[in-house]
Design a protein around this ligand. Structure first.
Ligand SMILES: NC(=O)c1ccc[n+]([C@@H]2O[C@H](COP(=O)([O-])OP(=O)(O)OC[C@H]3O[C@@H](n4cnc5c(N)ncnc54)[C@H](OP(=O)(O)O)[C@@H]3O)[C@@H](O)[C@H]2O)c1
Length: 285
């Protein structure tokens, strides 16, 4: 991660004097296979394509797994960065990165619904966002609303928010008043789950690791809409089963979301406080 962060920082340092992107030609240890590639100013876009300037390009753990070659999603080789050498059709490369907020700088003939200055995100995973600029097909970007979003919102909206949304929609037909449970509740995905559930009147029981001062974290999650916030240590408390029954009115937990892959809520759970109808592990590690 540190190597990638240093490489990505070099993008912003040199952004005004040249185009740069973070590339790799084969899978492997990111510290060994990743390179920074300088490429010329983009020519005007060909028909149906747009030129983009990336404003923010985060590193997601899935990006690292993709470089390592262990992630199911496979990127496409890119050959329009240079006329020859690395990044050309002679030596196509993968450009790292899935998430990123870009601004349209030029629009090719025939492009509908996009104009210079629009904020966009890529609509496919691993499209190569670790770049100062890119020329891409206009159909491969999604235009964002002109107001109401920060750059950070735009740059982080294509992985974690849909993950939280899909987990709440794809497994169980949840209704207002239902109860769900999750661990890693303070993770980015966990916080999104809390907010989306709250919007729908769904109750959440949220587990987090304990820390010296729990109050700020508990307050933060409650402010987002968490119904209950507990630490893993509380699983050993035999009285928890009774408290949970009281909270839920004896109803089953409808959905259990496992963020950390290290423990779970039925057989392995001390005292087996929770019986969940559906259990989803979304952690990759
Ligand atoms: N399947 C998918 O499509 C998909 C999509 C997005 C994310 N994910 C996965 O979802 C998980 C969360 O992603 P994120 O971006 O939301 O993560 P994040 O914001 O970085 O949060 C990581 C969470 O994991 C907890 N954690 C770390 N090590 C732990 C350990 N040893 N035991 C217990 N808890 C531990 C952290 O707790 P502390 O604050 O106490 O350290 C924190 O709550 C990751 O595994 C990610 O790969 C999967």
């Amino acid at each position: 991660m540190a190597v990638l962060r240093r490489a990505l920082r070099s993008l912003s340092t040199f952004a005004t004097v040249s185009n740069r992107c973070i590339v790799y030609a084969q899978n492997g240890d990111p510290t060994k296979v990743v390179k920074s590639l300088t490429f010329p100013t983009l020519p005007p876009p060909s028909p149906d394509t747009v030129n983009l300037r990336f404003l923010l390009s985060p590193i997601n753990p899935a990006d690292v797994n993709t470089i390592e070659g262990v992630y199911p999603e496979k990127p496409s080789l890119i050959s329009n960065l240079s006329l020859n050498g690395l990044g050309s059709s002679e030596e196509p490369v993968y450009v790292g990165g899935t998430e990123g907020l870009a601004q349209v700088t030029q629009v090719g003939n025939g492009v509908q619904g996009l104009k210079e200055g629009d904020w966009v995100v890529m609509d496919k995973p691993q499209s190569g966002t670790w770049s100062t600029s890119r020329n891409v097909l206009s159909k491969d970007v999604l235009r964002l609303p002109a107001s109401g979003l920060t750059e950070a919102h735009g740059a982080t909206m294509t992985i974690n928010p849909p993950t939280a949304y899909n987990m709440l929609n794809d497994f169980v037909d949840l209704k207002a008043g239902d109860w769900i449970i999750q661990n890693g509740a303070n993770s980015a995905v966990g916080q999104l789950v809390i907010q989306l559930a709250k919007e729908r009147g769904i109750n959440t029981i949220n587990f987090v690791r304990s820390r010296d001062d729990m109050t700020p974290l508990v307050k933060h999650l409650e402010n987002l809409g968490a119904t209950k916030v507990l630490t893993y240590e509380e699983l050993s408390d035999k009285s928890l089963r009774g408290r949970v029954k009281e909270w839920t009115g004896g109803k089953d937990i409808c959905l259990a979301l496992n963020c950390t892959h290290t423990w779970f809520l039925t057989a392995q759970c001390p005292n087996n406080h929770f019986h969940s109808q559906h259990h989803s592990t979304y952690s990759k590690t």
